[in-house]
Design a protein around this ligand. Sequence first.
Ligand code: AMP
Ligand code: FE
Ligand code: FE
Ligand code: ZN
Length: 284
Amino acid sequence: MRIDLHTHSTASDGTDEPADLIRRAAAAGLDVVALTDHDSAAGSDEARSAADEVGISFVPGMEISTKYADAGVHLLAYFVDPANAALGAELDRILEARRTRLDTIVARLNEHGIELTTDDIRRQAGAARAIGRPHIADALVARGIARDRPQAFAEWLSAGRPGHVLRYAAPLPRIIQVVVAAGGVPVVAHPWGRGSRSVLDTDAFGDLVAAGLAGLEVDHQDHDETDRSRLRDIAAVHDLVITGSSDYHGTGKTAHDLGSNLTAPDQWERLRSLASGAPDVVRP
Ligand code: AMP
Ligand code: FE
Ligand code: FE
Ligand code: ZN
């Protein structure tokens, strides 16, 4: 069984429509695929229908922007009830902060002589509710200011560059609790990826487990073999589920092809059994 539990569509900063992503996942030989757009599950219905058509299992999810000790940490939330009011309120606040940040970034770039409008970016973002730096990167490419997303980040959008503006993110332990209360299963995405490496130490994981954390995404492109082996040990100490995923973004990110990292079937069974919401949305 080939299981990939972290992908992005045009409902956030991926480049495939949700249904196309699912068809590609089937073509890539995946049996189970989760859609985990940033701060939104808007692509779920479309993805689920496509998965039914092509005969693979679909896992609803999202990747929530949180912070821990002032560093950004991404939290994967599987099987949450999309109608849960507390979760909806948290997501609304994050999405509103994304919109406010967008205006600030455009103003900053304008000050640096870059001709760019929020409309340029909204055009790139299309239907995405979570407008992010990748869409700004796409707008810079469309204007001929950058060659591609990575170059736009390196020159304009990464930490220390003119278009880097912090935005609100919700406290991680609180969001873990909200996700669990919404029937979901919380898993820290790429715990030692960009940004969160020095923040999430052994003590921090203890805190998060106390809040209800269920798993760690160990097998991810951002982690080398040493990271993976240490994270596996930490997961064992706290009896956490271990996942592996591609973090696919379509053409928006290289080295993240569908199925490039996978979750073991026994770990997937555990994760699924922890969902108190509606695990029946996934066919056996
Ligand atoms: P945001 O959530 O708007 O701050 O944007 C963060 C997103 O940008 C991440 O989830 C990645 O998908 C993407 N990203 C971050 N750094 C880079 C980079 N150097 N090149 C391409 N995409 C990146
Ligand atoms: Fe992303
Ligand atoms: Fe992430
Ligand atoms: Zn992601």
